[in-house]
Ligand binder design. Sequence first.
Ligand SMILES: C[S@@+](CC[C@H](N)C(=O)[O-])C[C@H]1O[C@@H](n2cnc3c(N)ncnc32)[C@H](O)[C@@H]1O
Length: 239
Amino acid sequence: MDIDATNLGFSSKASRVRSMFAEIAPRYDFLNHALSLNIDKRWRRFVISKVADRLQQPGAVALDLCCGTADLSIELGALAPTFGVDFCHPMLQLGIEKARRAGRAIELVEGDALGVPFADSMFDVVTIAFGLRNLDGFEAGLREIHRLLKPGGRSAVLEFSRPQLPVFRSMFHFYFTRVLPRIGTAVSGSSFAYQYLPESVQLFPDQKQLAVLMQAVGFSEVRYYNLFGGVVSLHLGEK
Ligand SMILES: C[S@@+](CC[C@H](N)C(=O)[O-])C[C@H]1O[C@@H](n2cnc3c(N)ncnc32)[C@H](O)[C@@H]1O
């Protein structure tokens, strides 16, 4: 049996996810933009528009969990000092290089989103984009976000969700389960990653269930926005 020593200490889901992102890292950005027809960039900008008021306050600090190649961290970094955390070294390396090119003073840290190496109540805004679904414990991830926020701070969870209109839902389901895995596999060379993507979305709470989960871990004023007909949702909550 082939054991990757760098994965020791992580659960089996976490180890699989970490290895998967390490494998697809070089093609991750290209596939993200191509498979979403660049709409992913608009989704991240929407996140920024919903947290900007908090980050424009003097002394505000942001944390971007599961930051990957740092697209969202770099945008946050335009408004306030920003930290990004991810446990996949090759994704982070790409993010560090992009942040350097963008001239953004963001700090990217290798670490587990379920045990972030920062003290309680440090951040005004904590974001997680397309990361919560990948954690081995959605509720544990939300609890960690809540722990890290200052009282009065805001969390922003951007994630795949459920298209609302039945006809669009069927069309999107066909694209997501039949077309996307073929293109993703051909371009990235990883068949697992683009099978895992639609499967993990199926297992993730829908818009209402995620809102309930956020309330259950202590967030208040939980609200959400459906983006692209509900393919993606942005959930916000205050501590
Ligand atoms: C789909 S990518 C999203 C990256 C980025 N946020 C974006 O919007 O493009 C998911 C990222 O979550 C990271 N990740 C998954 N589980 C994690 C964990 N337990 N701790 C830290 N990072 C994790 C992966 O390494 C990967 O970089």
